[in-house]
Design a binder for this molecule. Structure first.
Ligand code: NAD
Length: 331
């Protein structure tokens, strides 16, 4: 087989797995297995830029929305994140930023656990929750408002009184480890679908058509960003200050997030959170670092699928998968 054919086969295989993962919430392979193939794809594309096809997973976010739900076009696109798998990748990320902004000796980053759930956008108008959507393919998501309204951690009305006319809050819906264990025990007792991991359980639950079922599943939420905000609202200079503002309006953010400086700060935070990983009541698969100064974020901009001002430092693979009688289980 030619190398070019191998590349096209990789695109097809990855797209098949993306569909299983994002659309059906039913992955056939583990995330690290997917990541290895995806990195090979990126290497081939870097070596042969003229081979890149528009349906390549490097050119898009997620997969198409499910047709059972009303679809909604996002006011501002929802992106994925580029990955770093080791300290060298992280140093290269920092170097790319410094090259874009020469002379900048100190760069602050918001460092956050990378929650293993799914991204949602929650729209508030005049303080009232009016719509919640999944990320979908980044441009168009699914309307899951009826389900998001059942998540206790998400206020239906913002606290206080001084809000922008429109504010969209973005964050991760996830299922805690205890809620996941309880759900799978119940599913087994009724011969129902057993979920591969909390991420798939959260995604499968949020995309239930019956909100009464969702309400029983104990989903949680942490915010980590925002979408559209009315033009007349003065967004602060730093990302971390805006997150504090959203917290003041009643939305929860991860208490383990911190602002860190330069590579040393990033590496120290990584070790700290890796050490805490097993005792956290929810699953994380890495750390996300985001440039804290919003003007610098704007200067760096986006690629087709991810911001240039943020990176996900993935943890080494932890899970071992097996597939038994068509039921995926994590052991
Ligand atoms: P991603 O999960 O690697 O990173 C982007 C997402 O991170 C965001 O959309 C958001 O939902 C989440 N996130 C969590 N905490 C965050 C924080 N603090 N700040 C910002 N974002 C945060 O990207 P993706 O495009 O959702 O998924 C790609 C990953 O999905 C791959 O690396 C792979 O592991 C997995 N995948 C697996 C399969 C499979 O078959 N197993 C198929 C497709 C994708």
């Amino acid at each position: 087989m030619s190398e070019r054919q191998h590349y096209l086969d990789l695109v097809e295989t990855l797209n098949k797995h993306s569909y299983q993962y994002y659309v059906l919430d039913d992955p056939l392979i583990s995330d690290p297995q997917y990541d290895v193939m995806y990195q090979e794809l990126l290497t081939l594309e870097a070596e042969h830029p003229d081979w890149v096809v528009k349906e390549s997973p490097s050119q898009r976010v997620g997969d198409q929305p499910l047709t059972e739900f009303k679809t909604v076009r996002h006011a501002l696109a929802m992106y994925s994140l580029d990955n770093a798998f080791n300290d060298e990748d992280l140093a290269a990320f920092l170097k790319r930023i410094q090259e874009k902004e020469p002379g900048l000796a100190e760069i602050d980053f918001s460092a956050e656990p990378k929650m293993d759930g799914l991204a949602i956008n929650i729209r508030y108008e005049n303080g009232e929750l009016v719509q919640a959507t999944t990320r979908g393919d980044g441009q168009v998501g699914e309307d899951v408002t009826h389900n998001v309204r059942t998540i206790q951690a998400i206020p239906l009305k913002l606290f206080g009184q001084a809000w922008p006319e429109v504010v969209e809050v973005r964050g991760e819906v996830f299922m805690s480890k205890p809620a996941f264990e309880k759900l799978n025990a119940y599913q087994q007792s009724i011969d129902g679908k057993v979920f591969a991991n909390p991420r798939n359980a959260a995604a499968g639950s949020l995309r239930q058509l019956d909100a009464k079922i969702v309400a029983k599943r104990q989903l949680s939420f942490y915010l980590y960003g925002w979408g559209e905000i009315s033009d007349d609202w003065p967004v602060p200079e730093r990302y971390s200050d805006m997150i504090e503002q959203l917290v003041a309006w009643g939305l929860p953010s991860n208490p383990n997030s911190e602002v860190v400086r330069n590579l040393d700060g990033m590496l120290g935070y990584y070790e700290k959170i890796l050490g805490l990983r097993d005792e956290l009541p929810y699953e994380i698969d890495g750390i996300v670092y985001k440039v804290n100064r919003i003007a610098l974020q704007a200067h760096l901009g986006f690629t087709a699928r991810a911001p240039r001002w943020a990176i996900a430092r993935k943890f080494p693979a932890q899970e071992v998968w097996t597939k038994l009688l068509g039921i995926e289980v994590q052991v």
